[in-house]
Design a protein around this ligand. Structure first.
Ligand code: URA
Length: 235
């Protein structure tokens, strides 16, 4: 990152507005390399300067990568007039501007959702051409059979003629299966089951690439991904 104005840098790395940052500066709450700064337009080098706000060091991160255990009744959008969005439930200490969800989970789907401000990273995960597989745990309203496995592996065709790529169906109990796909068509898993006369009662995403949902993350909770976890998505 190049040299930047102090107030601009701090607001880009936090959930705090530029006006609030200015107030903190006037209240002697901001230091650079140990020196209290009064000038909001002071230039900083975020890669070499030690910048503290309210006693907390603000480290420069070009992009942010968050794992969310998405709850039901939230929509995978940045803004919505009616429903709570997945961005609304990111805690203040993790929030910053320009965050968005990587792909979409339905309002009633739970589980692994990545939130970021890195568009190129998002594209690498969502584009079917990149073959990043996503695993869903689905609970179905009828007993699953071996012919369901075959139908999924042949590539399901929706009623409107849309053809899905071959998908893996692993039956884990009479009414539960793991579905592995690398596409993200609208309501894809639900529609694939409906073609084979089954209805999805519960849907949870548990894996993206080689990144599994952290089982210690309660529904609705989020945390930053580690560099190793980010890499594991593409391994
Ligand atoms: N497929 C669906 O039907 N819904 C989701 O939320 C994700 C995949």
């Amino acid at each position: 990152m190049s040299i930047e104005r102090l107030d601009k840098f701090l607001s880009s790395q936090t959930s705090i507005s530029r006006n609030e940052i200015k107030t903190s500066i006037y209240k002697n709450q901001v230091t650079i390399n140990g020196e209290i700064i009064k000038d909001t337009s002071r230039k900083v080098n975020p890669e070499t300067d030690i910048i503290m706000l309210n006693g907390q060091q603000i480290l420069y991160k070009k992009n942010l990568y968050i794992m969310l255990n998405k709850p039901k009744n939230t929509v995978s959008a940045t803004k919505d007039n009616k429903d709570k969005t997945v961005i609304d439930i990111i805690p203040k200490n993790l929030y910053r501007k320009n965050l968005f969800p990587v792909g979409r989970l339905d309002k009633d789907t739970e589980g692994l959702l990545i939130i970021t401000d890195d568009g190129e990273f998002s594209h690498r995960i969502t584009s079917p051409k990149k073959e990043i597989y996503k695993v869903y745990e689905a609970t179905i309203n009828r007993k699953l059979t071996n012919s369901d496995i075959e139908n999924f592996s042949n590539g399901i065709i929706f009623l409107d003629g849309t053809k899905c790529l071959p998908a893996k169906l692993e039956i884990i109990s009479d009414y539960k299966a793991l579905v592995t796909i690398c596409e993200g068509k609208f309501h894809q898993v639900k529609k694939m089951f409906s073609v084979i006369n089954a209805q999805v009662c519960e849907l949870k995403r548990i894996k993206i690439g080689n990144l599994s949902l952290d089982e210690n993350l309660q529904v609705g909770q989020s945390r930053e991904l580690t560099p190793q976890e980010i890499k594991s998505i593409f391994d």
